[in-house]
Write a protein that binds this ligand. Structure first.
Ligand code: PRT
Ligand code: MG
Length: 222
């Protein structure tokens, strides 16, 4: 029988970059740079560990279906993924660790000349453009604000500028993107960081491979 191999799903960019030090703490070095290579499967210094590169929003799917044993993705991505499957806990992904990386916040933003507080106070029906429809729906429902949600896949900042929406719900870290587009953050919704997600069956079958990584990650993020 061939030796069990562990597959870790990561997305290129900030999640990959910020997971590298954690992997290093677990004795794992990724042997290729995703910005330079076109490979989707990256070897590591450990013959029994490989990294697969997937879209950020595909990480939970890979781990859920066993295409990867574990992965790293934002709380935003996880909430939206679970909502598609019927809500928190529905997917059965094991989420043992908040890795405290790729930190940002989910916020409501509007054009600088839009009176958000007044619109909310008057019970106006807000047009809200977002990639994060589940988070936006729950947030405005909890405030009792009626919204028409417009689903977008990117460049949400454009929606209020073109008059398509009154507000957006998006991730903010430095605030530079909002500022550059004359938008202002009017209400924070939640703090976001990335988590480790693990396939529950893999945790059972590949326990000896996974456990030391969980322990090293836990120690490195403590
Ligand atoms: O890009 P793609 O469509 O493939 O997927 P993605 O955008 O989900 O992936 P990626 O790699 O951009 O983000 C992965 C994860 O990083 C997200 O799911 C978040 O959990 C986390 N993260 C942390 C962020 C940011 N910070 C962030 N600033 N994700 C996106 N942004 C974007 C934001 O959407 C906005 O466009 O950066 C812009 C705002 O940044 P500031 O610094 O200008 O405020
Ligand atoms: Mg992105």
């Amino acid at each position: 029988m061939s030796q069990a191999k562990l597959t870790l799903a990561l997305s290129k960019g900030r999640i990959f970059e910020e997971t590298l030090p954690l992997l290093r703490a677990a004795g794992i070095e990724v042997l290729e740079d995703p910005e330079k290579s076109r490979k989707l499967i990256l070897p590591t210094n450990r013959p029994d560990v490989q990294v697969v590169l997937v879209r950020a929003s595909d990480v939970p799917t890979y781990v859920q279906y066993g295409g990867a044993d574990l992965g790293v993705c934002g709380r935003d991505t996880l909430i939206e993924h679970e909502a598609e499957w019927g809500g928190a806990g529905s997917v059965g992904l094991y989420q043992p660790l908040d890795l405290k990386i790729a930190k940002c916040r989910m916020s409501v933003a509007v054009r600088a000349d839009f009176d958000y507080a007044n619109a909310v106070r008057q019970g106006a029906r807000l047009k809200v453009a977002t990639k994060y429809v589940a988070i936006a729906r729950d947030f405005f429902a909890s405030k009792g604000v009626h919204v028409d949600l417009i689903k977008l896949y990117g460049s949400m900042e454009l929606a209020p500028l073109t008059g398509m929406a009154d507000a957006i719900v998006d991730l903010v870290s430095t605030g530079n993107t909002l500022k550059a587009n004359h938008l202002v953050e009017v209400e924070p919704i939640m703090d976001i960081s990335s988590r480790l997600v693990v396939n529950p069956a893999a945790l059972k079958v590949k326990r000896e491979l996974i456990r030391p990584i969980l322990d090293a990650f836990a120690q490195a993020t403590a």
